[in-house]
Design a binder for this molecule. Structure first.
Ligand code: GLU
Length: 510
């Protein structure tokens, strides 16, 4: 086992858009594979055709591509030696293993109709017993353990509907080691005889998952905590099939929790609090409802990787900003937390902001230039780049270069009401007029010279600078906060700065 090449898989079911919890599972698998020089596989688990949602598989692939969580093998990324990687295309592979389980007495045919099952449930409910198909109830049902061999053969020949159920050992302790939780013990009396296969030839999740992990030589199963209750059955399946020697190690990742901490993070939390829970925007094919995505909101893929890595893992040092390569080097399963990780929207934004700041001005300026052009405006590259460098520190998302820096390109026509009400007084117009006078005669329109002229206008009128500065900012930009004011004025240039001041005077004075 130890000398096997590390092979891990991400095995989503195409039942809708991939939740960021699922993306985190993919990421941890990816990091683990890369760290150990192993392979990361994408397998599509679509045995439950009733839950199939068109577009979901494409969505999964596009999400992984956008984030650079690239599988070595799998649907959408080129086949490897264990193709196909979509379970519905592997359908013929499972039958032999079902037969093996039946022949060795680990599984049995069950012919119960939905009505039979319902009657059993009613009966058990009436006697206050847990209604499940198990070691006791199976003796009262229509299956190959209770019917005669002839009857079973006859039913099979007549193509009667059946399922194959796993024959759970009665009252047995199943013990296995989880890499995150330590030893886990479950008694089979708490479990039921799960369906493994149906007469339409389709395996259920449990069987297909185990058979594929075996055939694909998976060494570690890293998946969400919601699969922990299935793990004892999986362990028993490995044993029953004689594969215990190569059974993968299990690691069940902690849940992603609501920001308040109680319960699993859901799409509704995202809608309620205004953040995406999906990597990409998704439109429901039936309801046409649109759910927002990290990509469309403006997150950078590197930031999403970084913030997801920290939801359930930490390096044990104060460092928070990690490139994907650094994460590969630092990631270990033993630093994954057992406890649910609370989603923190502000922290998510903070991560993105750090990545915006790390991006060089030229790259950001190119994005801003697209907006400038799209708005039919024309500014020099040097102007756009300088504006970028000034706004950069103030923004969390690249697209805010335009939304928050729009006044670099369009002179304001509206002025923050709250600031005007609070700061405008009988001296304001006089000071502004003096400032206009001073600036008109200024030859070298540098930020320090502008500031000097500003101070001169204040001194002349005996006005305190601290109070007036915000008013001046609103006159020049329309808004109350932003980059260093005199540097902005230098960039606006003499003519435009004076024009802005005059516009403000004309609009506000009344
Ligand atoms: N198909 C399962 C899912 O949708 C995979 C669980 C597993 O990784 O075993 O999450």
């Amino acid at each position: 086992m130890t000398d096997r090449k590390v092979r891990v898989r991400f095995a989503p079911s195409p039942t809708g858009p991939l939740h960021i919890g699922g993306v985190r599972t993919a990421l941890y698998n990816y990091l683990f594979a890369k760290k150990h020089g192993g392979d990361f596989i994408l397998r599509i688990e679509d045995t439950d055709q009733t839950r199939f949602v068109p577009g979901a598989e494409e969505y999964i692939i596009e999400s992984l591509k956008w984030l650079g969580i690239t599988p070595n093998e799998g649907i959408g990324f080129g086949d490897g030696p264990y193709a196909p990687y979509r379970q519905s295309n592997r359908k013929p592979m499972y039958r032999d293993y079902v037969k093996q389980l039946i022949d060795s007495g680990h599984a049995y045919y069950a012919f119960d109709t939905p009505e039979d099952l319902e009657a059993m449930r009613e009966r058990l409910k009436a006697s206050n017993v847990d209604a499940k198909y198990d070691a006791i109830t199976r003796t009262t049902m229509r299956n190959s353990l209770t019917l005669s061999e002839d009857e079973v053969t006859r039913l099979l020949e007549r193509n009667a509907d059946y399922v194959v159920r796993f024959k759970l050992p009665r009252k047995e302790e199943v013990k296995f080691h989880d890499e995150i939780r330590g030893w886990v013990t479950v008694n089979t009396s708490q479990m039921d005889d799960k369906v493994l296969f149906k007469s339409d030839g389709m395996p259920t999740y449990h069987l297909a998952n185990i058979v594929d992990d075996y055939l694909m030589r998976i060494t570690h199963v890293i998946r969400g905590e919601e699969w922990l209750p299935s793990a004892p059955l999986h362990v028993l399946l490995y044993r029953s099939l004689g594969w215990e020697e190569v059974m993968p190690k299990f690691a069940h990742l902690p849940l992603l929790l609501k920001p308040e901490g109680n319960g699993k993070l859901s799409k509704r939390d995202g809608d309620r609090l205004g953040f995406p829970v999906f990597p990409l925007q998704w439109q429901d094919p039936t309801t046409k409802e649109i759910s927002s995505g990290y990509r469309e909101v403006g997150y950078m893929p590197e930031a999403v990787i970084n913030l997801l890595a920290f939801l359930g893992w930490n390096p044990g040092t104060p460092q928070e900003i990690f490139s994907k390569e650094e994460l590969v080097a630092a990631f270990t399963i033993d630093r994954v937390s057992k406890h649910g990780a609370k989603f923190d929207q502000n922290k998510a934004k903070w991560f993105n902001q750090q990545y915006v700041r790390k991006t060089d001005d030229k790259t950001l300026a190119a994005e801003l230039k697209k907006e400038v052009l799209a708005n039919g405006l024309s500014f020099s590259d040097a102007y756009i780049e300088k504006a970028t460098s000034l706004v950069k520190e103030k923004i969390g998302f690249t697209k805010e270069l335009w939304t928050m820096g729009v006044y670099f390109f369009i002179n304001p026509t509206q002025y923050d009401e709250a600031v005007i009400t609070k700061r405008w007084n009988e001296k304001s117009a006089i000071v502004l007029n003096d400032l206009i006078q001073n600036l008109t005669s200024l030859n070298d329109f540098s930020s320090s010279n502008i500031e000097e002229q500003y101070n001169a206008a204040l001194t002349k009128n005996d006005v305190a600078g601290k109070d007036f500065l915000q008013l001046l900012r609103v006159c020049l930009t329309g808004v109350a906060g932003g980059p260093p004011l005199f540097e902005m004025a230098e960039l606006f240039g003499k003519e435009n700065t004076i024009l802005r001041l005059q516009n403000a005077l004309n609009t506000i004075k009344k």
